[in-house]
Design a binder for this molecule. Structure first.
Ligand code: HEM
Length: 493
C-alpha cells in the first residue's frame, strides 16, 4: 500500500512539474497533445499514424509539437508551412532522423536516403544520380527496357485473362517495377517467377517490412543495445544477403569487362566507369549500397501507386471509361503506350495527379530532422526534433481541395498544379534539396504502365464485388499499401 502511495505521489509531482515546464515554454514550443509520462504521445499514433496525426492537427493546428517517447517530434500539416520547411528553410530541415533498422550493415553511412545533406558523399551520390541515371538523355536511352517490362506485364495479364483468373495488381506491378529497375541497373531480371519465394524480391520486401515496423528503439534510443523487437538483427540478416547478391553481380560484371565481353549498356557500367576514372567518387561498396537504395526506394512506391490508381478507377467506372475513351482516340485501342504519348493524354495525367494527391506513398515524406533550433510560425522547433510533413493531410485538406475525399481527376483539368516540388499542395515526391531523385523515372513509367493496362483490357473486380463496395482500407508501413490486395480479372478489349 505504501509503495502504491509513493508511486502515485511521484506520478502526481511529475505531472505538475511537466505541466509547469510546458506552461513556461508554451510561448515557444508549438501546441500539441499533453504527453504522458515516459511514452509521451506514442499511444495517440494508432496503427495509421498519418490518419491520427491528421485528426490531431485539426485540434492543435498546422504545426504541432509532440513527444514520441524521448523524441521531440514536430508535425507540419499545411501547404504554407510545408513550403516554409522545404523551400525557405530547406537547409535547416534537410537532414534525416535515421531509424535504428537502417544502422544494419552501417547502411546509413553510405545511403543517399539517410546521409546528411552537408556530407560530400551525399552531394556526390545525388550528382551521379542526376547526371548518370535520371537525366533526360539517360532515360531516353533506356526507354526500350521499360517498354519490354511493361509488355511482359501485359502478356502476364493476357495469360490470366485466357483462364479467367484474377490478377493481383500490386504483386504483378511490384514484379514489373523490380525487374524494370534491375534491368536498368544490371540488365537482368531480379524477379524470375511470380512466386513470392524468389530470393531478391523476398529480401527487398522483407527489408521494407522491417523498416516499416514501429520500433521501440526509435522512440527510446537507450534500448539500442537490446534491440528488443529484434528488428535490427533481422534487418542485418536481410541487408547482408542482398548486399552479397549485389556484390556477386558486380564481380561478375567486372570479370566480363576485363575480358572485353561487355559493352557499356546499363547503370552499373556507368557507375563502374566513374569508379575507374575517379575512385574517390564511388567505390564498389558504395555502388552496392546505392543500388540497394534504388531498389528499396523505387519498387513499392511505384507498384503501390499503380495499384491505388487501378483501385480508384475500378471503384469509379465512369472515370475508367473516360480514360479508356481518351486512350482509344489518341493511341488506338489495344496498343501499348509510348512515353512521348503521355503529353497527348491530359486525362491520364490528371488521373496520375489525383492518385498522388489522395494516396501519397510516403505520407510523412521521409522524416526530416531540425539541424538547429529553428523559429517557425512564431514557435521554436528544437534542434534534433524529428520533423514529419504530413503530405497525406495536405492532400486531403478541405481548404485546398473541394470534396477532398472524392477521386475526381477533373479537378486538375484547368489547374497548373504539378507534382515536381513547386506546388506545395501536391508534394508526393517531397521538395527542395531532398526531393525524390527518381521522380523523372516515376513520372515516365507510371502513366505508361497504367495507360497500357487500361488500353488493353476491361477490368472486372474478382469475386463479383460491386465497384462501390471495393475495400479501400490502407495499411501503414514504409509506404502506404492497400490493406486488401486488389484482385481484378482482365478482359481483352
Ligand atoms: C511513385 C513513385 C515514387 C514516389 C511517390 C517517391 C517518393 C519519394 C519521397 C516522398 C521521398 C522523400 C523526399 C523528401 O524527403 O522530401 C523520396 C526520396 C527518394 N526516392 Fe523516391 N519516390 C518514387 C519513386 C522513386 C524511384 C523510382 C526511385 C529510384 C529508382 C526513387 C529513389 C529515391 C531516393 C534515392 C530517395 C532519397 C533521396 C534523398 O534522401 O536524398 N524514388 N521519394
Amino acid at each position: 500500500m505504501d509503495y502504491v502511495n509513493i508511486l502515485l505521489g511521484l506520478l502526481f509531482v511529475w505531472i505538475v512539474v511537466r505541466g509547469l515546464m510546458s506552461l513556461g515554454r508554451s510561448k515557444r514550443l508549438a501546441p500539441g497533445p499533453f504527453p504522458l509520462p515516459i511514452i509521451g504521445n506514442i499511444h495517440l499514433l494508432g496503427d495509421k499514424p498519418h490518419v491520427s496525426l491528421t485528426q490531431l492537427a485539426k485540434k492543435h493546428g498546422p504545426i504541432m509539437n509532440m513527444k514520441l517517447g524521448q523524441i521531440n517530434t514536430v508535425v507540419i500539416s499545411s501547404s504554407v508551412l510545408a513550403r516554409e520547411v522545404m523551400q525557405k528553410r530547406d537547409l535547416s530541415f534537410s537532414s534525416r532522423c535515421v531509424p535504428d533498422a537502417l544502422h544494419a550493415c552501417n547502411h546509413h553511412d553510405f545511403s543517399v536516403v539517410w546521409l546528411p545533406v552537408n556530407s560530400s558523399r551525399w552531394r556526390t551520390l545525388r550528382k551521379i544520380m542526376n547526371s548518370h541515371i535520371f537525366s533526360g538523355s539517360k532515360l531516353d536511352a533506356n526507354e526500350h527496357v521499360r517498354t519490354k517490362k511493361i509488355q511482359e506485364l501485359i502478356d502476364y495479364c493476357h495469360n490470366s485473362s485466357k483462364v479467367g483468373e484474377a490478377v493481383n495488381i500490386g504483386r504483378a506491378t511490384f514484379r514489373t517495377s523490380l525487374n524494370l529497375l534491375s534491368n536498368t541497373i544490371f540488365s537482368i531480371d531480379l524477379s524470375l517467377t511470380d512466386q513470392f519465394s524468389d530470393s531478391a524480391k523476398e529480401l527487398i520486401w522483407n527489408i521494407m517490412v522491417e523498416v516499416g515496423k514501429p520500433n521501440l528503439v526509435d522512440y527510446f534510443p537507450f534500448l539500442k543495445m537490446i534491440d528488443p523487437q529484434g528488428i535490427r538483427r533481422r534487418a542485418t540478416d536481410y541487408f547482408t544477403k542482398i548486399l552479397d547478391l549485389m556484390s556477386g553481380l558486380i564481380d561478375e560484371r567486372l570479370k566480363e569487362r576485363k575480358l572485353g565481353k561487355h559493352a557499356d549498356v546499363d547503370v552499373l557500367d556507368a557507375l563502374l566507369n566513374i569508379s575507374q576514372d575517379s575512385p574517390e567518387e564511388i567505390d564498389k561498396n558504395q555502388i552496392e549500397q546505392l543500388c540497394l537504395d534504388l531498389f528499396v526506394a523505387g519498387t513499392d512506391t511505384t507498384s503501390n501507386t499503380l495499384e491505388w490508381a487501378m483501385a480508384e478507377l475500378l471503384k469509379n467506372p465512369h472515370t475508367l471509361k473516360k480514360a479508356q475513351q481518351e486512350l482509344a482516340q489518341v493511341i488506338g485501342r489495344g496498343k501499348l503506350i509510348k512515353e512521348v504519348d503521355v503529353a497527348q493524354l491530359p486525362y491520364l495525367r490528371c488521373i496520375m495527379k489525383e492518385t498522388f494527391r489522395i494516396h501519397p506513398q510516403a505520407p510523412f515524406l521521409i522524416p526530416r530532422k531540425a539541424e538547429e533550433d529553428v523559429e517557425l510560425y512564431g514557435y521554436i522547433v528544437p534542434k534534433d526534433s524529428q520533423v514529419l510533413v504530413n503530405v497525406w493531410a495536405i492532400g486531403r485538406d478541405p481548404s485546398l481541395w473541394e470534396d477532398p475525399l472524392d477521386f475526381k481527376p477533373e479537378r486538375f483539368w484547368e489547374s497548373e498544379i504539378d507534382v515536381r516540388g513547386q506546388d506545395f499542395e501536391l508534394i508526393p515526391f517531397g521538395a527542395g534539396r531532398r526531393i525524390c531523385p527518381g521522380l523523372p523515372l516515376a513520372i515516365r513509367m507510371v502513366p505508361v504502365a497504367l495507360g497500357s493496362l487500361l488500353n488493353t483490357f476491361n477490368w472486372k473486380l474478382h469475386g463479383g464485388i460491386a465497384p462501390k463496395d471495393l475495400d479501400m482500407e490502407e495499411k501503414f508501413g514504409i509506404t502506404v499499401a492497400k490493406a486488401q490486395p486488389l484482385l481484378a480479372i482482365p478482359i481483352p478489349l
